[in-house]
Design a binder for this molecule. Sequence first.
Ligand code: MOS
Length: 747
Amino acid sequence: MAYESLQLDGPVGKSLVRVSGREKVTGSATFTAEWPIENLLHCVAVPATVAHGTIDSIDTSEAASMPGVRLIITPENVPKIKQVQSGSETNFKTSISSKLYPASENEIFFAGQYVAAVVAESFESARDAALAVKVNYQIKPHTTDIDDAPADERPDSVMGAPAVISIGDADAALDKAAIKVDHQYPLIGNHHNPIEPHATIAHWSTQNNKPFLTVYDASQSLPIAQASLVKVFGLDPKQVRVICKYVGGAFGSKGLMWPQALVACFASKMTGQPVKCVVTRRQMYGGTGHRTPIRQRVAIGCDESGKIQSVIHEGYASTAIKDTYTEAFTMATRMMLQTQNLRLSQKHCRLNTQIPTFMRAPAETPGMFALESAVDEMAVKLNMDPIEFRRINEPEKDIHQDKPFSSRLLMECYDRGAKRFNWSKRNKQPRQTHDGDWLIGHGVASATYPYLTFPTKVELTWKSDGTVNIKCCTHEIGTGIRTAAGQLLADMLGIPASRVSMEIGDTDLPPGGVTGGSATTASVGGAIRLALEKLKKRLIELAPEGSPIAGVEAENIRLRNGKLIAGENAESAMLAVEDLLSAAMKDRVSAIGDFKGPKDSPTSNHSFGATFVEVAVDETLGLVRVRRMLGCYACGTILNARTGRSQFIGGLIFGVGHALQEATHWDHRLGRITNDNLAEYHVPVNADIPDLDVMWIDTPDFNASPIGAKGIGEIGITGVAAAIANAVYNATGKRIRSLPITPEKVM
Ligand code: MOS
């Protein structure tokens, strides 16, 4: 079922400035740790310093005697609460990250697991006392190195698809293929590092003689956080409210509820006061998830003409000992290339680490690095332009789902991008282009991200002053959802965007979905579209007898510029909503839209893009500098050119981090991370990033999306690492198959 297309010719697509942007730079935005709450106590966790073991004893005597200390939570006194299935076990119906509740366990399964927590009158007192808690462990052997653990855990399904997919006979076809590439692509693990650390303020109070839990949590999934707390504490949804008005960076790391949230709830329950727990930067390395290290093999077999005969993509990622998160790194390979023979397989091994989690296009970022590197290797072997190689292997349909694409436009992205990037001017042969001591190289890679939606409810309210309000418990994670949703609704109503406002970030509002999976705009937009239909019907019902629209069918009435209009521009058949409301003696009319997302879509729905990179490589020093980067995307309607561009650019910058800098390093003897800080975990800074060029094909996709818009939040990163590695090959003739591409690999 395709959606009826919308005529969007007003504010949609315009470069409106984010309302949240001004609020942030003027300091009026309140982030989770900043809520001014009276009688607030502060909680600091005590993370385990061993990777595996049993707690022998916890000596809290010194800490308890320190000034301002009110409570020390240990497994001895922690409230006994319900064990609830975690987010990954419930397909995200709960968001509890782990079965291992904070300060609740005597068994330690990873360094960073919360052993205890100190609650004090100031953050400083709590921190000092937390350092004075002495924990004695019986240490057991641990495994933190992915290359040391047997990959024998194969989850039945990975993100809604089986972990093994086999079409035709890929191994036999590879054997027979005239030309093959077959390589391993090992990736190191990564950590998130949003600027805002994870934080929670929890407050137990009494309302209507019943316990009431208010939680401020840095979150990209408030309704699920609420549902989780309801289960954990055995409450009714009416007894739990979760609030988050602004998120200072999420990128997947705030999808699950991490242990600081539960420990703050425990501490407030035990002290009877509101308690804040802010995770330190260092604690974010064992406390708030990570991107798992991954070992991948990609093999491609072609005939002499370059037509692909076989694709194999297999490997394994890590997960935790007690919790399972499955990284779906072969997902994009299901539908990127035309082949009769395809085999995908994913395994997992269990390590003494915290549970991995969603991170910046979790499946596609690592998977596309391996696949798109292998595609480039094959093009080199065939002595074919890598864009041409992709062109002759473009699939007509998604062979895994056996469905046509809702829209693809990948080659159009390549063609438009190639023109703007001057791709045809590049040297095909490696090591041919110099700039002083620098070798110059160019690379391309495809980008993709699935079109996802989450069930979302939105309430629209038309007020008698001519303004319209949107209510939805969705999240402001930096993308400017209030602005984009506002301009969409304004466009659909034919009014200026300044007359639309939006309330978000509070479970008292109608529930939105996870602000992840690049799904928010289309989900909120889908719900707005449904709500608007209902709102129009309500207004029509209010029309008095004998009004200019009386007797006209609802579908023949438009709501434009504050007026109900019957037929085409019939001046006589208009009714101002303002007059309608005053005649009905109402100051507002509301309607709720309940968007469930496309079920059993007849099409395979994805965004696509092409990433172009120019690098300069100094072989003596092993330096790789990105000199130019261009992304051209096909993601359906772009609601706001400014915020859209920002999201694509954000993805490209993350890609530079993934390709060249970001790496979580371990001391495997101790089972602990050695670079758990921003000084040694390198993320790109301004000096690492050249001018970035972003363009898009502005074609709505109403086959997939009720508003024509697919996701843009994550696709930007997905082609970058391969494009950079392919450019490094073009510069140097050296193929680097592991990330990050650090100097010692280049030299
Ligand atoms: Mo994104 S990693 O789905 O928040």
